[in-house]
Ligand binder design. Structure first.
Ligand code: PEP
Ligand code: MG
Length: 585
């Protein structure tokens, strides 16, 4: 340890992908990426070459089958689908027949031709503007590398000794899963976004992870000590004694705090003077249901249905969707779940690739669903069929006008008529809500409130559109300010207009999960918080330790302030004073 402490400390900022703080030695994983040379083969080598590729294919199939079974056992059926897509590539006879036939006609080695064919696939997908399609490129390349490694008869690295943090340029979902059979403390990668398959897996496995950490691969050495703060996306290599002490303290405080939070599970999110708010959770995967119940959530405030599209080429059928929504409704009953209709486009999955110069200002969310009514109707019928317990609500993303809400409501009515005709029961009073993510929707929140039963503020998008700062662009990430005075004024306006219209107003964007914002949001009159499951008990603790009157004063003071620095400084002092044990980023 002494030796490591003499190395220079390097701090990195990445994207938080899975919560938790861990400290430990690095396992530097360099994926075997074979150097491929073109080699001419003699006529009498052709059959041997074909045989070699068939053997490598069979070995790769066997390996992937193991990965698949392990995923099934550890994560359940839904998550395995990522690996099913990879298995399908190996089963693709069109692909392999093309390579076999090229070996015969071109008389070149299998490695070269296999890579060449796979690259044709990858180029098509890499050209896509959507993140999920690009993520599939990783899957395809991962399969190709697996076959190439087996052609070289190299063994798969899957065992590592001791407890380590895996650091890698890129980590395929299959690698992350296989490594998790060892004692893995955390994952750090240079590539990847918060919605990559690897990030989803890390969250499902409850292993802290930070992705998008530029330059770390070149800086890291085996056995370096590393700190991974999966709450704030911070990674520190070779920490100084002070840094180590600071994060060790944060980690212990967090652990201790987690223990003291357990008794809060069955308590309501209510202030000391009796003001009750709903404290729900954001959910992406069915596997999270048990966890959010354990955390004491009042239900689900945002179920991102896009996870149903993971690893899929086509939209899931009405029946498939129904089964999933039904499981959620039954598992949570009598608590409620807000199901958000597919929010695709922008940076999210698209079934067909559409090239757009400004995808965030383009065809996304409700705009796509209204243009593709059959897909929308399938989803609406599936939700309605699952709604007979009366604990499901539906929410539309990316609303920017009354017209869109009216059209969406017409389609809900049409879906209801379809079910009535088939005598299928559903919740006649299914409540509908609009997300407030576009400044125009915020401005007409009073009109929207007359059309729906609730509004839910999506700050991730609302802030990017209000401040003209791309939410995924790390060059301008400093300008993405939750505490910008314009954001706070906007929030007050939305909440006021919503309550004047007698609908509840919630927030499911990331800001609701920031403990620094909790007192302010309570004071602004927010009715519902939908937060990341990991931080839910902390947020509950804050709400249960304050007075509503005091929170309203805080909000009034903040509304007078002129800069983000001033607002954050004020709230940090307040939190440090009242909640010294809550880690603030
Ligand atoms: C948001 O925009 O704040 C939100 C909750 O939606 P998403 O992050 O899925 O776009
Ligand atoms: Mg959004």
């Amino acid at each position: 340890m002494e030796q490591e402490l003499t190395k220079k400390e390097i701090r990195f900022k990445g994207i938080p992908a899975s919560p938790g703080i861990v400290i430990g030695p690095v396992y530097h994983f360099r994926k075997h990426e074979p150097l491929i040379f073109v080699r001419a083969i003699a006529d009498d080598e052709v059959e041997k070459e074909i045989e070699r590729l068939s053997t490598a294919r069979a070995r790769s199939q066997k390996e992937l089958q193991k990965v698949f079974e392990f995923a099934e056992q550890k994560l359940g059926e839904e998550q395995c689908k990522i690996f099913e897509a990879q298995k399908m590539i190996l089963e693709d006879n069109v692909l392999f027949d093309a390579v076999f036939s090229r070996i015969r006609t071109e008389k070149k080695n299998a490695e070269h031709l296999m890579k060449d064919e796979i690259e044709k696939y990858s180029r098509l997908m890499a050209a896509s503007t959507d993140e999920y399609a690009r993520e599939r490129v990783n899957d395809v390349q991962d399969v190709c590398n697996r076959v190439l490694r087996n052609l070289e008869e190299q063994k798969l690295i899957s065992k590592i000794d001791g407890s380590n943090v895996i650091v890698s340029h890129n980590l395929a979902a299959a690698d992350a899963l296989i490594f998790s059979r060892n004692d893995v403390l955390g994952y750090v990668t240079e590539l990847g976004g918060a919605t990559s398959h690897m990030a989803l897996l890390a969250r499902a496995l409850k292993i802290p992870a930070v992705v998008g950490v530029h330059q770390i691969d070149a800086m890291v050495q085996a056995e370096d000590i590393i700190i991974v703060d999966g709450f704030n996306g911070i990674v520190v290599l070779n920490p100084s004694k002070e840094t180590l002490k600071h994060f060790e303290k944060k980690r212990l405080e967090y652990e201790r705090f987690e223990e003291t939070l357990a008794p809060l599970r069955d308590q309501p999110a209510e202030t000391l003077d009796g003001h009750r708010v709903q404290l729900a959770a954001n959910v992406e995967l069915e596997q999270e249901l048990e966890f959010i119940k354990m955390q004491g959530a009042d239900g689900i405030g945002l179920y991102r249905t896009e996870s149903l599209l993971l690893g899929k080429e086509v939209f899931p059928s009405e029946q498939e969707q129904y089964e999933q929504y039904r499981r959620i409704a039954e598992s949570l009953y009598p608590k409620q779940a807000v199901i958000r209709t597919f929010d695709i486009g922008g940076d999210k999955f698209m079934a067909q690739s559409v090239r757009e110069n400004n995808p965030f200002l383009g065809w996304r969310g409700i705009r796509i669903m209204l243009d593709k009514p059959q897909i929308f109707l399938d989803q609406l019928r599936a939700i309605l069929r699952a709604s007979s317990l009366k604990n499901l609500l539906v929410m539309f993303p990316m609303i920017s006008s009354i017209k869109e809400v009216k059209l969406a409501k017409q389609l809900v009515d049409q879906a209801k008529d379809d079910l009535r005709a088939q005598k299928i029961p559903f919740d006649e009073h299914l409540r509908l809500g609009a997300m407030i993510e576009v400044p125009a929707a915020a401005i007409i929140a009073d009109h929207l409130a007359r059309e729906v039963s609730f509004l839910s503020i999506g700050t991730n998008d609302l802030i990017q559109y209000l401040l003209a700062v791309d939410r995924g662009n790390d060059i301008v990430s400093d300008l993405f300010q939750e505490f910008h005075p314009a954001v706070i004024r906007f929030l007050r306006r939305i909440i006021e207009r919503g309550s004047q219209g007698h609908v509840w107003v919630g927030m499911c964007g990331q800001m609701a999960s920031d403990p620094l914002a909790t007192i302010l949001l309570v004071g602004l009159g927010l009715d519902e918080f939908s937060v990341a499951p990991a931080v839910l008990p902390e947020i509950k603790k804050i709400i249960r330790s304050i007075h509503f009157t005091e929170a309203k004063h805080v909000a009034e003071s903040v509304l007078e302030m002129k800069s983000e620095d001033e607002i954050k400084g004020f709230l940090k002092r307040l939190m440090k004073n009242k909640f010294p044990d809550i880690p603030i980023g």
